[in-house]
Design a protein around this ligand. Structure first.
Ligand code: ASP
Length: 442
C-alpha cells in the first residue's frame, strides 16, 4: 500500500550552501512521508551580499547574447556548486555537469534553458545526498506550444510517475514544451512546481520551506509583526495579490482548487509549527484578530467616466477588452455609477502598452473623461474575521483620519473577506502601520 505522501519544497535560501543543505536533509529524514522533494536553485547565503544562482545564470545568457564573455559570471556559479559538492562529500561528477552547461550557453541555449540549470544541478545534489532518485522536471511538468502551462498532461505524467517512484527529488521552476525544449515558470516558480507535484501525487500536505515566517504585515515595515498561524487559501491569495511576498500567487490556485493544505515552514527553525493554510478554517484554528494580515503595493489607477455608463450595457466590458488587447492586466475595478477606476500594478506594467491602450479607449469608446494617477499605494486588508463583524471599516477609516491620511479609494467585496484602501503612495507605509496597530494592539 502506498501511504499518502508529503511534498516538501525548499526555497533558495534553504539550499544556499552545504550547511543549509545539511539542515534540509535532516528535516526530510525526520518524516519518512516526505517523499517528493522540490528544490530551488541556491539563493543568497545568509549575511552575504552574493547573488542568487538563477540571477547569475541569466546574467551569463545576457552576456553571451551581447557577444561578451560570460566567464566571470559562470565561474561564480561553478564555484558555488563545486564548494557544495565538496563540503557534502558527494561523488557527483559536477565538473562534467558544469561543462555541459557552459557548452550549452556557448552554443546559444535559450534564456529559459540557462535559467533553469541552477534547479537542475541542485536537485541532483540533494538527490544524491539523500539517496533519493533524481527526476528531471522536463519529463513531468509540461507546457503547451504557446507557453501556457499544460495542467492535464502534467497531472497525467506526475500521477503515473509517483506510482512507480516512491521517493524523488525534482527540480522546481521549469518544465518543457512539446518540442522538449525547456520552459520556465515566472521567477519564484518553484512554489508552483511544488503545488503541481502535490496535486499530481495526491499529497496530503504541501510543505513550503523558506527562511521567513509568514507575518501579518511586511516585517520591513513592522518589524515585530505577529506570525500568522492559520489562514485560508483565499486569504493567502488575496494577501499575495496585494503585495505580500511569502508565496508565489500562481502556486496557490492548484492547492486552492484541490483543497490541499499548505504548511509554510522555516528551515532555520524547523521545530516551529509555521503557518497552516487550509481551505477553510476549522474549530480551534482561529486567528486571534479580526484581520488576518495586510499587504501593500504601488498601483496606477486610471479612472474612466461616462455619464449614463451604468445604463449602457457592455461599456465596461469593451474598455476591459481593449486593455486586454494591449496585454494590460487590470487587477480590480472599484467604481461608482458613472465612473470606474482600473487598478493596474505599477511594477510590472508595460508603460508604452498602457499609453497605447488608454489612447485606444479614448478614441474607440469615447468616455467623458479619463484620469490617470501613477502614485497610488493600495493596501489590502484581509481576514475571514471581518465577515459579519460590525465596525471593522469604521476602525480602519477612523485610524487613517486620525493619522491625517487621506483615503483616495475604498472597496469592500460583498464576501467581506477583504478591504482595499488606496492612499497616496508616500503615505502607504504609514497607513499600514496605523491599521496594524488599530487591529492588533487592541
Ligand atoms: N530559482 C528561481 C528564481 O530565483 C525559481 C525559484 O527559486 O523559485 O526565481
Amino acid at each position: 500500500m502506498h501511504s499518502k505522501p508529503i511534498v516538501s519544497k525548499f526555497g533558495g535560501s534553504s539550499l544556499s550552501d552545504a550547511e543549509q543543505i545539511r539542515k534540509v536533509i535532516e528535516i526530510i529524514r525526520k518524516k519518512p512521508d516526505r517523499r517528493y522533494i522540490v528544490v530551488s536553485a541556491p539563493g543568497k547565503r545568509a549575511g552575504t551580499d552574493d547573488e542568487k544562482i538563477t540571477d547569475l545564470l541569466i546574467g551569463c545568457h545576457v552576456l553571451h547574447e551581447a557577444s561578451e564573455s560570460f566567464e566571470v559570471e559562470f565561474n561564480k556559479v561553478a564555484e558555488r556548486f563545486r564548494e557544495i559538492v565538496k563540503d557534502l562529500g558527494l561523488g557527483l561528477d559536477i565538473e562534467s555537469l558544469l561543462g555541459d552547461i557552459r557548452q550549452a550557453i556557448t552554443d546559444g541555449a535559450s534564456r529559459d534553458h540557462v535559467a533553469s540549470r541552477g534547479e537542475f544541478l541542485n536537485a541532483q545534489i540533494v538527490a544524491e545526498a539523500l539517496g533519493y532518485e533524481f527526476v528531471d522536471a522536463k519529463d513531468l511538468v509540461r507546457f503547451h506550444e504557446d507557453g501556457r502551462f499544460d495542467e492535464t498532461n502534467t497531472f497525467v505524467r506526475i500521477s503515473r510517475f509517483s506510482f512507480k517512484c516512491r521517493k524523488a527529488v525534482i527540480p522546481g521552476y521549469y518544465g518543457s514544451l512539446p518540442d522538449s525544449s525547456i520552459k520556465t515558470f515566472d521567477r519564484g516558480g518553484s512554489d508552483t512546481t511544488g503545488a503541481v507535484v502535490a496535486h499530481g501525487v495526491g499529497a496530503d500536505l504541501y510543505e513550503n520551506w523558506s527562511d521567513t515566517p509568514v507575518r501579518m504585515a511586511d516585517p520591513r515595515i513592522i518589524k515585530e509583526a505577529k506570525v500568522i498561524r492559520f489562514m485560508t487559501h483565499g486569504e493567502l491569495l488575496e494577501l499575495s495579490d496585494g503585495g505580500a511576498k511569502v508565496f508565489h500567487r500562481d502556486a496557490i490556485t492548484p492547492a486552492l482548487e484541490l483543497g490541499i493544505p499548505i504548511r509554510i515552514l522555516n528551515t532555520n527553525d524547523p521545530d516551529d509549527e509555521g503557518t497552516l493554510v487550509m481551505k477553510e478554517r476549522g474549530e480551534g484554528e482561529r486567528h486571534p484578530y479580526s484581520i488576518t494580515g495586510l499587504s501593500g503595493k504601488r498601483f496606477i489607477v486610471v479612472t474612466v467616466g461616462k455619464r449614463g455608463m451604468n445604463q449602457e450595457v457592455g461599456f465596461m466590458s469593451k474598455v476591459l477588452a481593449t486593455m486586454a488587447e494591449f496585454g494590460i492586466n487590470v487587477q480590480h475595478f472599484p467604481g461608482s455609477n458613472n465612473t470606474v477606476s482600473m487598478v493596474i500594478e505599477k511594477d510590472t506594467v508595460d508603460m508604452h502598452a498602457l499609453a497605447l491602450a488608454l489612447e485606444s479607449v479614448r478614441i474607440e469608446h469615447r468616455p467623458d473623461m479619463i484620469a490617470r494617477d501613477d502614485n497610488i499605494g493600495v493596501i489590502t486588508v484581509v481576514g475571514q474575521g471581518m465577515v459579519s463583524a460590525p465596525g471593522v471599516l469604521a476602525t480602519l477609516t477612523n485610524v487613517l483620519s486620525a493619522n491625517g491620511i487621506n483615503i483616495r479609494m475604498l472597496n469592500q467585496g460583498a464576501l467581506e473577506l477583504m478591504i482595499t484602501v488606496g492612499v497616496d503612495a508616500e503615505r502607504m507605509e504609514d497607513a499600514i502601520r496605523a491599521i496594524y496597530e488599530a487591529f492588533v494592539k487592541k
